[in-house]
Design a protein around this ligand. Structure first.
Ligand code: SIN
Length: 279
């Protein structure tokens, strides 16, 4: 017996895992249960964790290698950890739009592990959308049309020279924004490598067009898919607790960090686990 307890939180996604201390190495049995909980619930939360950045990274490394973000300045001394900070005077936050992490890379993230270091007294929730449900809800005609369609994902609109991170009003700065050259092509309908389920794999931050089409030609269908994918029945919204760790399966979710806590400080650390090439 391991003492692990899984408390489901939302119908679209989300579960809280009790009885795991992430600062210590997990046994194979606990690791197996945590991994299964991630596959079943898409985003899982571990309350009351006290982790050093090294322990945070060790937990992530149980699931794969860690990503070093090409554009965002990391936590000092820890290239694999993003220091996601919004100061009381900042106007913009990091991740304040629907997206999946690193889809502008050939092998987008398996998942990201976010550690709540300092949360505002109110606001600062994060939402996740379930991309299996989004795919399942499409008509058979739309599913047929999307089958075989490939989308182009780039970092340009977000991290490029004219991307949103060049705006003033944010503490989080990007490095080498002018070199935001990440570009990848992925199937619009992806099969999850572990569950074998099909899901919709486009997001409004990084998906810019369909392969072989112009941006203008692509935009109407992309707009529909992005709006559909994030509609209310597919979304779980989480109110963070101080010292909580959240881990999402980036392969089958999108997320959105709400920017509704002006005048307060919010600090999160993120370690991102590398994934594989979508098919
Ligand atoms: C992100 O990784 O997009 C940020 C999520 C958050 O800060 O809630």
């Amino acid at each position: 017996m391991t003492g692990i307890e899984i408390e489901p939180l939302g119908s679209a996604a989300g579960a809280r895992i009790h009885g795991v201390n992430l600062s210590r190495p997990m046994t194979g049995n606990v690791f197996g249960q945590v991994r299964q909980a991630l596959l079943d619930h898409l985003v899982i939360f571990f309350p009351d964790q006290h982790l050093t950045p090294d322990q945070h990274k060790d937990f992530g490394r149980r699931f794969g290698t860690l990503n070093v973000h090409p554009h965002v300045k990391p936590l000092d001394g820890h290239p694999e950890v993003l220091n996601i900070v919004k100061e009381p005077t900042d106007r913009f936050n990091f991740g304040g739009g629907w997206h999946s992490d690193m889809t502008f890379q050939q092998e987008p993230a398996l998942g990201s592990i976010l550690y709540a270091r300092e949360i505002p007294a109110k606001g600062g929730d994060t939402m996740w959308a379930n991309m299996y449900l989004a795919y399942d809800a499409l008509s058979s005609g739309m599913k047929q049309m999307l089958d075989g369609l490939v989308a182009v994902h780039t970092a340009e609109d977000i991290y490029g020279t004219n991307g949103i991170y060049t705006d003033d009003g944010r503490t989080m700065r990007t490095m080498a924004a002018e070199q935001a050259s990440g570009r990848a092509e992925h199937p619009v309908v992806r099969t999850h490598p572990e569950t074998g389920r099909k899901l919709l794999f486009v997001n409004e931050a990084f998906t810019t067009k369909f392969k072989g089409m112009t941006r203008t030609e692509s935009q109407p269908l992309l707009d529909f898919l992005c709006r559909h994918a994030t509609s209310a029945p597919f979304v779980y919204r989480h109110r963070w607790r101080q010292d909580e760790v959240g881990f999402w399966d980036n392969r089958c979710t999108q997320h959105y960090a709400l920017n509704d806590y002006q005048g307060q400080r919010r600090v999160m650390h993120r370690a991102t686990v590398d994934g594989d090439r979508p098919y």
